[in-house]
Design a protein around this ligand. Structure first.
Ligand SMILES: *Cc1c(COP(=O)(O)O)cnc(C)c1O
Length: 379
């Protein structure tokens, strides 16, 4: 039972779709498939913009989101409050952009006012892009993208480039309403399919920037994908079986409905948070800033790595550990994608049992399950 923030659990219907014989990607059948998928991806992104599909992991989509729209030496403002914000900065540095960061302590959300101040101070409109991780997976923090997007809109010049890898399909990311120019995501997160596909959604404003952007690009040249997408095909051989899987997964998501998906993730988050607190374990994310995809826990009286090891060994439930300086300090419970209330109840019950096994006595037996159950009872 995978409860890590990617790869996430895959529904059986989707697994069965993967087991089909591949089809030729220059066939009518494939074009029909891509046409359907593209329409559904637009629905998921709440956009009329292009949504392009890459054979890449999420980081490939992020890199595509930089190299297609910027030029060496361009000044960019990057939000950094965790591992993935730092990855954005590293990608930008690799391509010789002039990186300025807005930071927050890991576990705290980025402060939108700092974006406002920096963008307003940029009187000659030199900042070419504001680059933000929406759900910071390394810490379980959701940044206030709606607020930040308002300040980018007011600046008018800068593009808003967003890593929505663990927010898309978990919480509201209305691309058009918030004026997001580029959204990067990956298949093994909210999409409920295995790793292997990256997605990049691109606004008309970003396509304008594409025309003059001079960073080198070839495989990830989104212009090629856009041109071919108009004919419902791809420039290079796509992982066709992942397309079969994606078709089924997106059908499932659309049948559930966006609001229902967001509410489900919100319930899973609140139940997990309540359960963890009822067990006397501190939450790592600042109050109110938790991600609907992942809950990070910073235990003080038990070893995070021992909790993970016991959960795995005894209950076959896989939790994520901490990254970088948080290694051994936190464990993370993923509740993204194909996750139901039952899964949370099972995970919390197993967590309680693991804590008992590790000799931790900071809670009344059943307190975690009761806390989660009470959230689910209220709906
Ligand atoms: C998983 C993830 C990525 C992408 O990682 P890949 O391993 O390249 O797929 C990027 N950003 C965030 C926030 C993620 O959670």
């Amino acid at each position: 039972m995978l409860m890590i923030p990617g790869p996430t659990p895959v529904p059986e219907k989707v697994l069965l779709a993967l087991a089909k014989h591949p089809i030729g990607h220059r066939s009518r059948e494939f074009s029909d498939l891509q046409g359907e998928i593209t329409a559904r991806l637009k629905w998921l992104h709440q956009t009329q913009n292009d949504v392009l599909i890459l054979a890449a992991s999420g980081t490939g989509a992020m890199e595509a989101g930089i190299i297609n729209f910027l030029s060496p030496g361009d000044r960019v403002l990057v939000g950094c409050n965790g591992k993935f914000g730092e990855r954005w900065a590293a990608v930008c540095q690799a391509y010789s952009l002039q990186v300025e960061t807005i930071t927050a302590e890991w576990g705290k959300p980025l402060d939108p006012q700092q974006f406002q101040a920096t963008l307003e101070a940029d009187r000659d409109r030199a900042i070419k892009a504001v680059i933000v991780t929406h759900s910071e997976t390394s810490t379980g923090v959701l940044n206030d993208l709606a607020a930040i997007s308002q300040f980018v809109k007011a600046h008018e010049k800068a593009l808003l480039i967003v890593d929505a890898v663990t927010s898309l399909g978990a919480t509201n990311v209305p691309m058009d309403a918030w004026g997001i120019d580029v959204i990067a995501s990956g298949s093994q997160k909210g999409f409920m399919i295995p790793p292997g596909l990256g997605f990049v959604a691109v606004s008309p404003k970003a396509w304008e920037a594409y025309k003059t952007a001079t960073l080198p690009r070839f495989y990830l040249d989104l212009g090629k994908y856009r041109k071919d997408a108009a004919k419902n095909t791809t420039p290079f051989t796509p992982p066709v079986n992942l397309f079969f899987a994606l078709q089924v997964a997106l059908q499932m998501m659309q049948a559930e409905g966006l609001d229902a998906i967001f509410q489900r993730h919100d319930r899973l988050m609140r139940a997990t948070q309540a359960a963890v607190q009822a067990l006397g374990l501190p939450l790592f994310a600042a109050p109110g800033a938790g991600s609907p995809a992942i809950t990070a826990v910073a235990p003080t009286q038990v070893e995070a790595e021992q909790v993970r090891a016991t959960m795995k060994k005894h209950y076959d439930i896989v939790l994520a550990g901490g990254q970088d300086h948080l290694k051994g300090k936190i464990f993370r419970i993923g509740h993204l994608g194909f996750v139901a209330e039952r899964d949370i109840l099972a995970a919390i019950a197993a967590l309680e049992a693991s804590l008992v096994e590790l000799g931790y006595s900071g809670f009344t037996a059943g307190a975690g399950v009761a806390a989660a159950a009470s959230i689910f009872a209220k709906g």
